[in-house]
Write a protein that binds this ligand. Structure first.
Ligand SMILES: [Zn+2]
Length: 385
């Protein structure tokens, strides 16, 4: 994958490792889609997690996201094959003119340097791990490093080829160093899934940032499943769910439950962001649509309620059900979202600086990233004049 000469080549190399060489890239391709089939109930009825109190029986008491309570039977099927959509967007990703967007700031709460942006993303990663795993949050520093790589591509526009070639570093670590640490610590299949999911995230995040037409295309349908799955890939909550299962020692979990939980984590975050008006300042509101916005909001909300119940019914462990509803917790607790709403950063507390040094190191970025970040900012300021 590090030999890929373009984003399109990297996409193919990553996909073939996920699906094998015979995938026909239809809506059954599980690299870009989620061909969901309801899981069989556990053989012996074993409830491993309590049903969340906010559920389809209580939802109509609240008006989250402007939704209209709960509507049963929201389709969990793709309306469109996402491959042609992504191939179209890929031409833009590999257009040389796009290179000038690399290392631009996408946080909505600009930092003064790349170094600060990376340090804040690592703060956010530590806080996410705490909200997902509680006291075990730092048991495996490699897991926290993984979440940091997954966070920073939301905040900075990083060419995915820079990730896999080791050009982009966090606290001196490349993604190859991360892979080596996972290997050494026996992550095996979890490591492979988490890393492929991370590269997929970098590709879809990059495409989303450089191709304005992608979201209007995704959101052009009355249904929400296509947009929800793309959104889940941009958030890489699947990779995070793999990490959480591992750190919490939650035991085996089916692919369907991991995906259900990942989708719920992304939707619960979006519901809470909408409620707190973070979306007013965000780039890609997930249910946006000229004509069907209200219906799409209700569908988005209803999918969450269906899938969180499905997780409990499938006997998913508590850590995985908790992960699915964690957006209601972390959006309120983490400075990240308040900073986006306010449009400026809040200072790092001394205790957090100590945690960052302990878990990540002393120097967030290298001189080249610092330079590119400032050069792009200067370009943008010149263009704005
Ligand atoms: Zn495939």
């Amino acid at each position: 994958m590090s030999r890929a000469g373009s984003v399109a080549e990297l996409l193919d190399a990553t996909h073939v490792r996920w699906c094998g060489p015979d995938c026909e890239q239809t809506v059954d391709c599980s690299f870009l889609h989620f061909p969901r089939r309801a899981p069989a109930p556990p053989p012996v009825r074993s409830v491993r997690s309590a049903r969340p109190r906010y559920n389809k029986d209580t939802a109509d008491l609240f008006s989250l996201m402007g939704g209209d309570g709960y509507r049963p039977g929201t389709p969990q099927v793709h309306e469109e094959n996402l491959w042609p959509l992504l191939r179209t967007a890929m031409t833009k990703a590999d257009d040389p003119a796009t290179a000038d967007q690399a290392y631009t700031d996408w946080t909505g709460a600009p930092a003064s340097s790349a170094s600060e942006t990376v340090a804040f993303a690592c703060r956010d990663s530590i806080q996410w791990m705490a909200n997902w795993c509680g006291g075990q949050y730092a048991d495996q520093p490699t897991a926290v490093h993984y979440i940091a790589f997954s966070t920073i591509c939301d905040d900075l526009c990083i060419p995915p080829t820079d990730l896999v070639r080791g050009r982009f570093l966090m606290y001196g670590r490349s993604v190859a160093d991360l892979a080596a640490a996972m290997d050494e610590q026996g992550w095996r299949r979890d490591g492979v899934h988490a890393l492929l999911s991370l590269v997929r995230q970098y590709i879809v995040q990059y495409v989303e940032k450089v191709h304005d037409g992608l979201h209007p295309m995704l959101n052009s349908k009355p249904g929400v499943w296509d947009a929800v799955i793309y959104r889940t890939h941009t958030a890489n909550t699947y990779g995070a769910a793999v990490v959480v299962r591992r750190v919490c020692k939650a035991g085996p979990v089916s692919w369907t439950s991991l995906m259900d939980s990942s989708i719920c984590d992304a939707i619960s975050m979006d519901l809470c962001k909408a409620t707190m008006n973070v979306y007013q300042f965000d780039n890609h509101p997930p249910a946006a649509h000229e004509n069907h916005e209200q219906r799409r909001k209700t569908a988005y909300h209803s999918l969450y309620l269906d899938l969180i119940d499905a997780l409990v019914a499938a006997g998913a462990p508590d850590a995985i059900v908790h992960f699915g509803r964690a957006g209601f917790l972390f959006v309120q607790l983490q400075e990240r979202y308040h900073e986006r709403r306010l449009g400026h950063r809040l200072p790092l507390r001394p205790a957090m600086i100590t945690h960052l040094t302990r878990l990540f190191g002393a120097r967030p970025t290298d001189p080249l990233t610092d330079h590119l970040f400032l050069a792009r900012r200067a370009d943008q300021e010149r263009t704005a004049l």
